[in-house]
Ligand binder design. Structure first.
Ligand SMILES: Nc1ncnc2c1ncn2[C@@H]1O[C@H](COP(=O)(O)OP(=O)(O)O)[C@@H](O)[C@H]1O
Ligand SMILES: [Mg+2]
Length: 261
């Protein structure tokens, strides 16, 4: 980045951060995180991250490999690692920073991790059944199968024998089987052919139409930005940019500096 640009970008960040601080006094936003700091042992990874999301929005959380995207999602879902040492997380006025992972799940947070975690030995439908055991039921199966007809065709098949794309559909379907408010998707398009990715993109728009709020982490930034309302870019554990998805698509310098696209 040239120095002139660095100056402009830094100034823009300062203004954005001021706005973010003003906007986020916590409880009144649909979802907000304030000054999150999370560690793996001594490694300081999630560095003072604050942002808000309006109800029903899709936010693309972007940044290079190792920028801290997965760690941020895990901190929000209250996974044991990384350890959240300070900061606040609010979902619909409920605090999550003082909760365990299962309590965050009961409050309506669902992380779909990169490796999808389909349960071996269970059919597609049994994977959905298992998701429903805890908490309030969400979408009924017919609705999930309308969203992903391939899952209906394969509902008696063992989940781990599905293709990568179908396993991603099952992982998302399983999230929707519970009554969720915030969906955290970690690289859902990874390894998928464009045609399968399009099926998932279409499904994510339907999920948005249902009012569910989504944080979408993707290496395929252009695909994520096409779907997203807002964008956050992480760089070495800090927020380097926040703005509309369109701003990122339009700003070649920004994409070059932080996304290598
Ligand atoms: N379990 C872990 N223990 C220690 N360090 C980790 C662990 N997981 C990730 N990290 C480190 O945290 C940083 C951010 O990783 P991650 O959140 O996975 O980035 P991203 O998802 O943006 O690629 C990286 O430097 C990574 O090496
Ligand atoms: Mg990651």
């Amino acid at each position: 980045m040239n120095t002139q640009n660095t100056g402009i970008v830094a100034e823009a960040h300062a203004v954005e951060n001021q706005l973010a601080t003003k906007e986020s006094s916590g409880a009144e936003s649909y979802f907000s995180v304030k000054n999150l700091n999370a560690y793996y042992g001594d490694s300081y990874i999630v560095q003072d991250i604050s942002f808000d999301i309006a109800e029903g929005q899709i936010v693309a959380l972007l940044g290079r490999n190792g920028a801290g995207k997965s760690s941020t999602l895990r901190a929000i879902a209250r996974a044991d690692e990384p350890e959240l040492r300070s900061g606040e997380i609010y979902l619909c006025g409920t605090t999550l920073h003082d909760k365990k992972d299962f309590e965050a799940a009961l409050a309506g947070v669902q992380l779909v991790p990169e490796d999808r975690r389909i349960i071996p030995g269970l059919s597609v439908e049994e994977n959905l059944d298992l998701a429903r055991i805890d908490g309030e039921p969400g979408w009924d199966y017919e609705r999930i199968y309308d969203l992903f007809p391939r899952l209906k065709e394969r509902r008696k098949q063992e989940g781990i024998t599905l293709s990568g794309g179908e396993q991603q559909m099952l992982a998302i379907g399983r999230a929707l089987a519970r009554d969720i408010k915030l969906l955290l998707l970690d690289e859902p398009y990874e390894g998928l052919a464009p045609v399968v990715r399009h099926d998932i993109e279409r499904a994510l728009l339907e999920v948005k139409n249902d009012g569910i709020t989504t944080i979408l982490v993707e290496q395929n930034a252009v695909a994520a930005l096409k779907l997203a309302d807002r964008a956050l870019i992480l760089d070495t554990g800090e927020i380097a940019f926040r703005g509309s998805a369109q701003e990122v698509l339009d700003n070649e310098q920004l994409r070059h500096d932080y996304l290598a696209i």
